[in-house]
Design a protein around this ligand. Structure first.
Ligand SMILES: NC(=O)c1ccc[n+]([C@@H]2O[C@H](COP(=O)([O-])OP(=O)(O)OC[C@H]3O[C@@H](n4cnc5c(N)ncnc54)[C@H](OP(=O)(O)O)[C@@H]3O)[C@@H](O)[C@H]2O)c1
Length: 322
């Protein structure tokens, strides 16, 4: 009897190890790597939320390609610290920090004023900054924080920088999320005026997809894409309950990516020649029309309505799209 039990345990252990190994291999092979050899000599890149996580890795990698790198961060101390570290690690001294809180439309406008004074063109804009919140928090401008950071800010920043991006036939990369697959966008509830959904983050990432596709229809001189970086071990889950964070960072370690790996799909969208405008990418591959994309992403009527409603809301925050 004892022998039979230990045989069973052995089999279970072997099967368990086999399953773990298959998962490990599957996720390792699927990670995708940006293989572009482009250098960024003479090119200007703006990355929001570049002081930590995926944004820091993107900035470091692009600095190594010798571009002028603008770290667009909301905290001066963290922004300056990231700048020093990137200069030290990359050997590129053409890395600057500029202050912006993307959840505040007034801050986005002030940032764009600085950029327009200092830069002749922008080659790549990476809308990376993002938050996950579990409760309704309003900004001083009356916007719900998740949508303000993940949708309204990137929308305003991109549209205000469009003339500088057009000058270089540049690129915009919106860092979305596979969470968008269960997101919905209600244009009458963008400020969470009717209700705050527990899927607010998912909804904001669906808005990223709709914005990407609508912008691609409107602007043919700029290449725009949306990208899911993967499930990455960063601080993005800092507002989640501790057990969830522990599960993500330890138990699912094999299934999650390091920030360096998470930066790869974003770098691919910023650099690779095969990238299609309006496309949605994961693992350095086009993922449009797969099960990972919500049907609503292709609803042109909804995308247009989202654009127009967003335009009105950011205008109410004291800004005008030029
Ligand atoms: N990690 C994942 O598994 C995952 C999966 C799918 C998509 N994403 C997306 O990837 C992007 C980067 O996330 P991450 O994982 O690297 O997260 P992270 O480590 O939390 O970094 C987020 C960055 O955004 C900045 N940020 C937040 N609110 C901001 C604001 N109002 N103004 C300016 N900067 C702001 C943060 O600045 P502070 O340091 O000052 O807070 C930080 O630099 C996000 O858009 C996220 O939605 C992440």
């Amino acid at each position: 009897m004892g022998m039979l039990l230990s045989r069973k345990m052995e089999t279970c252990l072997l099967v368990g190890c086999g399953v773990y190994f298959c998962f490990y291999l599957y996720f390792k092979l699927r990670k995708g790597k940006c293989k572009s050899k482009k250098t960024l000599e003479g090119k200007t890149v703006i990355i929001t939320g570049a002081n930590t996580g995926i944004g820091f890795e993107i900035a470091l990698h692009l600095a190594r390609r010798n571009g002028r790198i603008i770290l667009a961060c909301r905290n001066s101390e963290k922004g300056e610290a990231a700048r020093s570290r990137i200069v030290q690690l990359s050997g590129n001294s053409n890395v600057v920090f500029r202050l912006v809180d993307v959840s505040m439309m007034s801050s986005v406008r002030a940032f764009v004023d600085v950029i327009k004074r200092e830069e002749k063109k922008v080659d790549i804009l990476i809308n990376n900054a993002g938050v996950v919140t579990l409760e309704k928090i309003l900004t001083e401008e009356g916007l719900e924080l998740t949508f303000a950071t993940n949708h309204f800010g990137p929308f305003l920043l991109t549209t205000l920088l469009m003339d500088l991006l057009k000058k270089s036939k540049g690129r915009v990369v919106n860092v979305g999320s596979a969470a968008s697959v269960i997101g919905t966008v209600d244009c009458d509830n963008l400020r969470a005026e009717k209700n705050f959904s527990s899927l607010q983050y998912h909804n904001s990432k669906t808005a990223n997809l709709l914005f990407t596709k609508e912008l691609a229809r409107r602007e043919t001189d700029v290449l725009i894409s949306c990208v899911h970086p993967g499930t990455v071990r960063t601080d993005v889950f800092r507002h989640m309950p501790l057990p969830v964070r522990i599960i993500i960072s330890t138990v699912f370690r094999v299934l999650t990516k390091s920030p360096t790996e998470g930066a790869q799909p974003v770098l691919f969208c910023a650099l690779d020649d095969s990238v299609q405008t309006g496309g949605y990418y994961m693992d350095c591959r086009l993922y449009d029309h797969t099960m990972w994309v919500p049907k609503s992403a292709y609803d042109e009527g909804l995308a247009k309505k989202l654009w127009e409603t967003t335009e009105k809301i950011v205008a109410e925050c004291g800004s005008k799209i030029q």
